[in-house]
Write a new protein. Sequence first.
Length: 173
Amino acid sequence: MDFLEFTKNKKRPNPYKRYRAVLEHFQAFAKSYTQVGTITPADIDAFRDERLAEKNSRGKPISPRNVNYEVATIRSFYYYLRRFRDTNLTNPAARLKPLAVTKTVVDTYDEAEMEKFFRACTEEERAVFKTFYYTGLREQELAHERVQPPPSGHFVPHFRILIVDSTHLIGVL
């Protein structure tokens, strides 16, 4: 599928895998349709309902948050088709409102608790966790960061960098 190749070039590995899984679910749902242009908003609604009734690989119900992500992926797929294949194609997912999602309260830690945590870490762990803490990066995002040399003549702050191989940044201290 062209959309997946397009996505693979634009996204990191995990979003690509997730997009592929979503499109496989959608393809299984829409197998009776011969053309993507015949799918309607009511069909996307039915897809949402079907996905909410299913269980994930761990046997838990699929959350509304995940279903909203899947509909957003389908929406992106149709926008891709409209832009690169058929400008007259309507997007059946374009005006669907997202399902209501329950907000979760996240525990926060004060500076003293964070310092106590960092003191308990090894030097390598501290470098990784401080990178997460100060940048907001997630584990997979950090694992796929590329280290680029700065343009000549630009100021370079001094950091100690732990590197797995020549292109992947592991931590900054």
